[in-house]
Design a protein around this ligand. Structure first.
Ligand SMILES: CC(C)(COP(=O)(O)OP(=O)(O)OC[C@H]1O[C@@H](n2cnc3c(N)ncnc32)[C@H](O)[C@@H]1OP(=O)(O)O)[C@@H](O)C(=O)NCCC(=O)NCCS
Length: 322
């Protein structure tokens, strides 16, 4: 059986959903309070299906997600075995601080019934060919587990550890926004500031994709989950910071944050910005702020009172020879 890889189109949606759903053994109802009773797939709403793994779990949601694919110029690859779609991989080109320009490999999945036949390897090889065409010097990925199937697959394909991630937290406490800081709304049309600003925390994805997720939230999902979300610019001494705070899934007392700070980083300004962030989180009814960062920023976040909770899964890199 031969594996072929091609760029996917919106007409592949049903097959893509089948690949993603192959991993779910039991479906459940969901509400903003959490997981409910087991149910059949057809009894669930599109949003309930999404709770099992994102927009790939439902064809209507995936059709909406296709707009994001187009907006970000994502290349959605699919692998076929005897003309049946059995795997997919999203390839994203990004040029962002502090990493430079690279190909990011996102949402790799192979149908459960077709694993260990080289499907993922074929998708990753095609991504590498695209990287060569785009003349980028490395590919980056954030696998679910370094020592699990995802990490082992990428390591088998020549990827190695790039940098560690850290989950950090701080207590919100009682604080006020300094008089020196001005708040202005972020306009949704704003281009991602990824070449002027580093995402110092919010490393749940690369900077380009995090910005897009937060600037274009799925409002139906936000309503369904009773999620609280706030995006604002903070002006400090003529410098602009971009901050997003949102409530954690099923836990309104904890806020997650992503912050884009102008380079070079200014510790004094960052202190003021995080103080404002705590005050805003407090107004939103949060007791704690939790976020994810990378090696490079963990000491700086420690200086503004974040405590490291756990060392997370590392990002992996494959350097390419041009
Ligand atoms: C991870 C995943 C994509 C691998 O797909 P696959 O098509 O089975 O992978 P391949 O057959 O191309 O495997 C290539 C190599 O990776 C390694 N590998 C893959 N799956 C592995 C596993 N479960 N255990 C150990 N090694 C594994 C092996 O070295 C394998 O080579 P080998 O079969 O000759 O020993 C698939 O298991 C999957 O979809 N898992 C669920 C979703 C997921 O984890 N996605 C990754 C998100 S980053």
């Amino acid at each position: 059986m031969s594996i072929s890889v091609r760029v996917s189109t919106i007409n592949d949606i049903n097959a893509l959903v089948e690949v993603e759903c192959s991993d779910v053994e039991t479906w459940h109802h969901y509400s903003y309070k959490g997981r409910g009773e087991p149910a059949k797939y057809k009894e669930l709403t599109p949003l309930e299906r999404m709770m099992h793994g994102g927009p790939w779990m439902d064809r209507l949601e995936l059709a909406k997600y296709w707009r994001r694919i187009e907006r970000l110029g994502i290349i959605p690859l699919v692998a076929e075995l005897d003309e049946k779609i059995v795997g997919h991989l999203d390839v994203i080109f990004s040029d962002e601080l502090p990493l430079g320009s690279f190909l990011y490999l996102d949402v790799l999945k192979v149908h459960k019934a077709y694993r260990r036949r080289g499907v993922a390897r074929a998708l990753i090889q095609e991504a590498e060919r695209i990287a060569g065409d785009r003349k980028v010097i490395f590919m980056l990925v954030s696998p679910q587990e370094y020592d699990g199937p995802s990490g082992l697959t990428y390591r088998n394909c020549g990827f190695e550890k790039a940098f560690d991630t850290y989950d950090v937290e701080m207590v919100v406490g009682n604080t006020v926004i300094s008089q020196e800081i001005r708040l202005t709304p972020i306009t949704l049309a704003k281009e991602p500031p990824v070449k002027t600003h580093s995402m110092v925390c919010g490393w749940y994805n690369v900077s380009l994709k995090m910005w897009d997720n937060l600037a274009n939230p799925n409002l139906e999902l936000t309503r369904f989950l009773h999620e609280r979300q706030l995006a604002t610019s903070l002006l400090v001494e003529g410098n602009t910071y971009f901050l997003c705070i949102w409530s954690r899934l099923f836990d309104p007392t904890t806020g997650s944050i992503a912050l884009w700070a102008p380079e070079p980083l200014d510790k004094k300004e960052l202190k003021q910005v995080f103080q404002a962030c705590r005050a805003l989180a407090s107004c939103m009814g949060m007791e704690k702020i939790a976020t994810r960062t990378i090696e490079q920023y963990v000491l700086m976040l420690g200086d503004v009172d974040f405590k490291t909770k756990i060392k997370g899964e590392p990002y992996l890199i494959k350097k390419l020879v041009l």
